[in-house]
Every structure is written in structure tokens, then in C-alpha cells.
Design a protein. Sequence first.
Length: 101
Amino acid sequence: MNKIISVFLVDLYPTAPATATASGNLCRCMFGAISTSFIEIMITKLGVGWTFTIWGTACCICFPLLMIERRWGYKWRLARFEDLVKKKEQERPQNEASTTA
């Protein structure tokens, strides 16, 4: 699963793949540490049943976000890539003018 997310982040930020992968790893590790500390407290205070009911509900609430990404993500990726290409084309004449001057 980590490799899928890394590839996704690199697709989103093709000009800075190392930065995208590093930020993904940082967020993943931080979420793991925070959720581990919360789950221990939740199990102690609420019990096992309610703890995993809350976490399961959170997962069910977030699931539609995955479906939105699956449905429209490819179009968003193409639009982002086209914007990146346009930006590079606009920068090219400025770079050529500054190197010739």
C-alpha cells in the first residue's frame, strides 16, 4: 500500500518526486504514532467495542473520498499535467531571453 501512495504522490508532483515521497512518509509515520497513542487511551476509557466502532465509522465516513478520487482523479491529474506543461512553455521564452541577453 505504501508503494501505491508513493506512486500517486509522484504522479501529483512530478517535478519534485523525492519531496513528495518524503512528505508522504512523514505523514504516514506521524499518523501511525498519533493513532497508536490515541487507541491505547480509547481502549482504556471506552473499551474495545466502542473504540473500534468509532474507528470503523471514521473509515466509513472517509470511504466516499476514495470513490471521488477514483471517479474524477484521472481528469484532475490530466488537468494538472496540462497546467504544468503550459507553465513550462511560458517559462521557456523568458529563460531563452535571459540567456541570450
